[in-house]
Design a protein around this ligand. Structure first.
Ligand code: USQ
Length: 395
């Protein structure tokens, strides 16, 4: 397949690009380096320096002989977004021979401001999140409608779109019987941050595109991801993912492991009963691949809940503490006032069978997997700056 990956410099994009390329697909990656700039601006650089995309693509070609094409630009600009589907885009790598492969079979859309706390910091970061996320999705919808109507859009959504309702969370859709009549609707949304609200709006934009213009869309409702390793990230120090441990861009499992290694009490927010669906970085790649291999039909919006198991924050803290202590770290767990507005005790029972039915073989969060994360973090422990761990962005 010819695959275009939007938002390739972040935690998930580059590992996804290497995975598709390793399996023989033609891959083009696109980014505007927003995440890097935001991390520098906020003084929350990742655990280890990550080479820029062009450098990584150069090293990838040296190691594997395969070419990942790189285009640098801002997808919130409509003409730039369209250039990827018309062939008028300018390649940053390779500089010679960077010719267009034609319209992509699939476009994987990660190109969003991904942090809930960042989106709640102040009105500037809120509006930036809204502008960026909605414009990128809108530009993509129109570019595909006008220039590549057969291209399958694989959109990373989030489980947070559903919130924590007091009923089971179905896989995207809900059958409703009302006054004797039946209908099928998007499962009700109740987002808990401006970031999550943009993801709800994304879903609506794509559902609109599917209904009006026959777009083919898969929405992957993903939970917080953890981990650093895929077969490709192990090939070169420079292939590791963009791994944040700060409050703004780090996800909770990754943060807890870094905190344990740094001797920083694990930051359980409030009562710690907040339950979410989690998945290993390796499973994100497997799910995106399965979505690409099973494209949505014309006018279809497929939705999968992209998680492999659920945990409360307390359960995660206990697991990290147990593994950490077993490795000699005197891990302390400390409940702190929750900076977020979220239910700390709630019902949570999502359905997540669709991707397994397509063939997903989950990598669960075992003690061994956790210990592997510890080992990588320990190798970089001199880079941990404790003052970056907690900032207390209040909702
Ligand atoms: N939490 C703590 N202590 C911490 C950090 C987080 O108790 O130090 C709690 C949060 O309050 C929350 C849960 O852990 O209840 C998960 O927080 P998170 O920061 O790992 O995840 P979240 O902010 O929800 O966002 C992350 C990604 C986002 C993705 C989302 C999936 O940043 O891009 O969409 O996970 S989901 O959570 O299902 O919406």
């Amino acid at each position: 397949m010819n695959i275009l990956i939007l938002g390739s410099d972040g935690y998930l994009g580059w590992p996804t690009a290497m995975d598709f390329s390793a399996k023989g697909h033609d891959v083009t990656v696109v980014d505007n380096y927003f995440r890097r700039r935001a991390c520098t601006d906020m003084d929350v650089e990742p655990l280890f320096a990550v080479p820029n995309l062009i450098e990584r693509a150069r090293r990838w070609q040296e190691k594997t002989g395969k070419v990942i094409k790189v285009v640098i630009g801002d997808l919130a600009e409509p003409e730039f977004a369209r250039s990827l589907f018309s062939g008028s885009c300018k390649y940053g790598y390779p500089l010679t021979g960077g010719t267009w492969d034609g319209v992509p079979d699939a476009v994987v859309h990660y190109a969003e401001q991904p942090s809930a706390p960042y989106s709640m910091l102040d009105y500037k970061t809120s509006t930036l999140t809204i502008q960026n996320n909605l414009m990128v999705t809108t530009n993509l919808v129109f570019a595909v409608r006008d220039l590549a109507p057969d291209t399958h859009i694989i959109k990373l959504g989030t489980m947070g779109e559903y919130g924590t309702p007091n009923i089971d969370i179905e896989e995207g859709w809900l059958d409703i019987e009302h006054k004797g009549r039946k209908g099928r609707f998007l499962f009700p949304r109740a987002a808990g941050s401006i970031y999550h609200t943009t993801k709800v709006m994304d879903t609506d934009l794509m559902w609109f595109g599917a209904r009006m213009w026959g777009l083919r869309v898969t929405d992957l409702m993903q939970g917080p991801v953890y981990g650093l390793e895929t077969p490709e990230t192990l090939m070169d120090e420079g292939f590791k993912p963009f791994f944040n441990y700060d409050e703004m861009f780090g996800t909770v499992v990754n943060r807890f492991v870094v905190q344990a290694v740094a001797g920083y009490p694990l930051t359980v927010y409030g009562k710690g009963g907040q339950t979410r669906g989690y998945l290993n970085l390796k499973d994100t790649l497997a799910c995106v691949e399965l979505a690409a291999a099973n494209p949505a039909g014309v006018g279809e919006l497929k939705i999968y809940n992209q998680i492999t198991e659920t945990f409360s924050v307390n359960q995660l803290a206990d697991m990290v503490a147990k593994v950490g202590r077993g490795m000699g770290f005197p891990v302390e767990v400390k409940s702190i006032e929750n900076p977020r507005k979220e239910a700390e005790e709630h019902y949570y029972n999502p359905v997540y069978t669709g991707l397994k039915e397509l063939g997903l073989k989950p990598n669960y969060l075992t003690d061994e997997v956790m210990a592997g994360m510890f080992e990588t973090v320990i190798r970089h422990k001199d880079n941990i700056h404790s003052h970056k761990i907690f900032r207390g962005v209040k909702w």
